[in-house]
Design a protein around this ligand. Structure first.
Ligand code: PEP
Ligand code: MG
Length: 883
């Protein structure tokens, strides 16, 4: 097996197609080398080696030694430098690179190859002693942190002390002798803390770094990131070893990161940041404030320091040519890292750039317009789940705002919440139900869990490409970064903004689209789904086969869903109407009644209420099918459980407290999810279903009468296991319909069908299909019953199941295709065998999950039904499934 792949100097042993093998960075370095771009030479150790390394107990095979040595020879041959050589030393970077980018999650070592001898060589070759010693101290610092695992702060402190002793404020004031002295201090720290002197042998340094980068794949923060982003542990990372080029060799050197289009709003303009005389880390880490790449951006921001376009016009022009070439080559927006070493441009990385949902939409639609991609490719370019960012409210432009300061609009969207100053508190308060704004000087990979828990992120330092900005955009969290005038005292738990003090728990609002930071909560408005969104959805609708309905019962939800493009109701849960505070008393009287007569009397009070509910839904969903499910949950859910409530409820329902307590005790179930619920209620108390059916048909007739357009009701029976259950319930519905139609003097076409929520129902679908015209897969219950896992209790242990890889994802979120999927396939096949035109849909939560939707398309369902805010997501996912 080949584990080492070389690139640069006219060689490219891999290509962009090898991302699984070489990681994203390695594959694209090879690709750039292949198309003739200036890439410093290097080699990639494949992800397969990472897997093997872990399989073999964190050891490398003997053969890797020779392969790595050959890789180093390749770099030496092209650069003319020698690794570990004292005269013209070759320095390398060692970086991780997984299949998908995991920003800041894994380790990097720069300037590797420096030691007490080579530092002198570097000084004389570069003619810059200060630079050489600065590089050496950076290397010791990074290597000690990443490879030796020593406390980062020890090194920072030593630097601060030297600066203080000399009365320096900035690193730039440090001279060669100071850096040299610091190197001495650093080496002492290493010897003291690590117990051995800092490794001087370049070979040994290299193997230390390679092991550390492979090792960082299993670091805690990488694991958390993988879990949040559904990245399997067995993908592994590659390791890239590459000749160093230096952006910190004086005023003709620079480093920067850039996007070929704006990653925040998608505008078609180069977009980036750069720093003269700096190394890449300086831009990303927010240590120095980066400057604008283009003149236009600088002028718009009113900033002083020259843009790259102005300061280095020739190199900039060359860079712009590379941007265009890369975008045309990859046919996608690129995120690029580059370095200029003494006027010579070097490309260090390119990849498809992370972008906000807004930018993703605009870029996809624009690129289709430019003829760079097809409409269908545009549909495939947008992650359906990312649309979520666009579907949520934005700040009301007419509301009053108490603006405290302005930062960079790092990740769009608005968020209000209580401020907290560390990630753990963010997580804790989020679990308590608070909306949280995480406020940090700057964020680091250790903050990931807190950023995830927060509704928004605010930082005092860092640019548009800082850790906070990149991660927030990836997560879809609003973020304002680099907000000036922010003073954070995390110990005291205070934040001061332009003289006003805020404490943990005070409410702030941030607008990541404008950079505004505001005191208090600012009201929001619903987004309008027009422009690029409408265009892309139109293209999606052209190609999808699955219809998309919604799960909704309130008029507001129904209207929202219809505005989002729902093509009917796939699940109206009628019990939600029973819980209504105005009706709960009649519901309780019905449950507490001693006989059928008493129950009917209470149901008669509910009839007009339900009828009005259904009429509203039919009006909103005019012209579209409406699936109404009859009562599902066990009756005791409607009764009080706490002692405190008994007296009050007994009085309202006009029964004695003792009677109420007795009924509560009688209705108690050990396993209510498998108890007296679903159609079992209809079997034992048919008058309940009869009342509901009557409400449906009376409402349908009334709406048809008033509007001239007949509603399309589909009556759905829950939790059916046998043909006979459905036959009995269908009789109740049919005879009620007949009676209502006779009374009203009109007929309405309707369907009766069942949910498939039990394994037995799936297995007996051929029998059950005799009695119903449609099946709707209730995959919440079907998952619960097939896995034997309680949907209400699973949260306590399912997280661990996913961490341990027992299920790849939470099976209540994304369908267990292997298992539950088989039951669906069986039911589809058997249902169609009996009734070829049977209508098939899904209404469990999975109906809004893209991976599950792809499966539904594959097995040939007719529609999926999702909650209102998931409707656009489902439309796009259905289109992608069809392509
Ligand atoms: C289901 O079980 O998947 C379903 C949609 O019904 P509910 O969630 O109401 O039990
Ligand atoms: Mg159910």
């Amino acid at each position: 097996t080949q584990y080492v792949y070389k690139f640069g100097g006219g060689v490219a042993e891999g290509s962009a197609d090898d991302r699984n093998l070489l990681g994203g960075k390695g594959a694209n370095l090879a690709e750039m080398a292949a198309i003739g771009l200036p890439v410093p030479p290097g080699f990639t150790i494949s992800t397969e080696m990472c897997t093997r390394y872990y399989d073999d107990g964190e050891r490398f095979p003997e053969s890797l030694k020779a392969d790595v040595a050959a890789g180093v020879k390749h770099i030496e041959a092209i650069t003319g430098k020698s690794f570990g050589g004292a005269d013209d030393p070759l320095l390398v970077s060692v970086r991780s690179g997984a299949r998908v980018s995991m920003p800041g999650m894994m380790d990097t070592v720069l300037n590797l190859g420096l030691n007490d001898a080579t530092v002198a060589g570097l000084a004389s070759i570069s003619g810059d002693e200060r630079f050489a010693w600065d590089s050496y101290r950076r290397f010791i610092q990074m290597y000690s942190d990443v490879v030796l695992g020593l406390e980062h702060d020890l090194f920072e402190e030593a630097l601060e002390i030297i600066k203080e002793d000399n009365g320096f404020f900035l690193d730039t004031e440090m001279e060669s002798s100071h850096w040299q002295a610091l190197v001495g201090e650093y080496k002492e720290i290493v010897e003291r803390e690590w117990g051995k002197p800092f490794p001087q042998d370049a070979e040994e340094q290299l193997w230390g770094a390679i092991s550390a980068v492979f090792g960082s794949w299993q670091s805690e923060r990488a694991k958390v990131y993988r879990r949040l982003n559904d990245i399997p542990a067995d993908w592994g990372t590659a390791v890239n070893v590459q000749a160093m080029v230096f952006g910190n060799m004086g005023e003709t050197s620079a480093t920067g990161v850039a996007f070929t289009r704006n990653p925040s709003d998608g505008t078609h303009a180069y977009y980036g940041e750069w720093l003269v005389n700096a190394q890449g880390e300086d831009v990303v880490a927010g240590i120095r404030t980066p400057q604008y790449l283009t003149k236009a951006a600088r002028e718009e921001a009113g900033a002083k320091p020259l843009s790259m376009e102005e300061a280095m016009p020739e190199t900039y022009a060359e860079l712009a040519r590379v941007f265009d070439l890369l975008e045309a080559h990859y046919r996608d927006m690129q995120d690029i890292e580059f370095t200029v070493e003494r006027g010579q441009l070097w490309m260090l990385q390119t990849r498809s750039g992370k972008r906000t949902a807004k930018a993703a939409l605009k870029i996809a639609v624009d690129m289709a317009g430019e003829g760079l991609i097809s409409e269908q490719e545009a549909v495939l370019r947008v992650d359906p789940m990312a649309l979520d960012q666009l579907l949520h409210p934005t700040l009301d432009p007419d509301a009053a705002r108490d603006v405290l300061t302005n930062g960079l609009p790092a990740s769009p969207g608005a968020a209000s919440g209580v401020i907290v100053f560390d990630a753990d508190t963010a997580e804790r308060r989020n679990e308590m139900g608070d909306s949280v704004i995480l406020v940090r000087v700057e964020t680091s990979p250790e903050d990931i869990h807190g950023m995830h828990a927060a509704k928004g992120i605010l930082t005092a330092r860092g640019g548009m490409t800082s850790h906070a900005a990149v991660v927030a955009r990836g997560m879809g969290r609003p973020c304002v970064s680099g907000a000036g005038g922010l003073t954070i005292d995390a110990k005291a738990g205070t934040l001061t903004i332009t003289g006003r003090e805020f404490r943990e728990g005070d409410v702030l609002t941030i607008d990541g689209s404008t950079g505004e930071v505001m005191a208090g909560e600012v009201p929001t408005i619903q987004p309008e789904l027009v422009g690029d969104f409408g265009t892309l959805m139109g293209w999606a609708d052209k190609v999808r086969r699955l219809a998309v309905r919604t799960n909704a019962e309130t008029p507001l939800d129904c209207q929202t869903a219809r505005d989002f493009g729902a093509e009917g109701i796939g699940l109206c849960r009628t019990e939600h109407m029973f819980f209504d505070s105005a009706r709960i008393t009649a519901v309780r009287q019905m449950i507490l009644a001693e006989n059928e007569e008493g129950r009917r009397a209470a149901l008669a009070k509910l009839l007009p209420e339900q009828r009005a509910d259904f009429a509203r839904i039919f009006e909103i969903m005019v012209g579209l099918p409406v699936t109404i499910r009859l009562l599902d949950p066990p009756l005791h859910e409607f009764l009080p459980h706490g002692e405190a409530e008994f007296a009050e409820v007994a009085e309202a329902a006009d029964v004695g407290v003792e009677t109420l307590k007795r009924r509560v005790a009688e209705l108690h179930e050990f396993n209510p999810m498998l108890g007296h619920r679903g159609c079992r209620l209809g079997v034992t108390y048919p008058e309940i279903y009869e009342m509901q059916a009557r409400a449906i048909f009376e409402a349908a007739c009334d709406v048809a009468e008033a509007s001239g357009e007949a509603p399309i009701p589909e009556v759905m029976i829950p939790l059916v296991a046998t043909r006979k259950e459905l036959a009995l319930m269908r009789d109740v519905v049919d005879s009620t319909a007949k009676a209502v139609f006779a009374e009203k003097g009109r007929e309405i076409a309707y369907l009766v069908g069942t949910m498939i929520e039990l394994p037995r129902a799936a297995l007996m679908a051929d029998h059950i299909a005799n009695e119903g015209e449609f099946f709707s897969f209730g995959t919440n219950d079907l998952t619960q019953t097939a896995l034997g896992v309680s949907r209400d209790d699973a949260a306590r242990f399912l997280g661990q199941y996913v961490d341990k890889g027992i299920y790849p994802r939470d099976p209540f979120v994304s369908l267990d295709i292997e298992g539950v999927g088989q039951l669906i396939e069986i039911a589809v096949e058997k249902g169609r065998a009996t009734r070829p035109d049977i209508k098939l849909g899904i209404c469990g939560e999975h109906g809004g999950d893209p991976a599950s939707i792809a499966f539904c398309d594959h097995v040939g369902l007719d529609y999926v039904s999702a909650s209102p805010y998931r409707v656009p997501i489902a439309r796009l996912a259905a289109a992608q499934a069809a392509l």
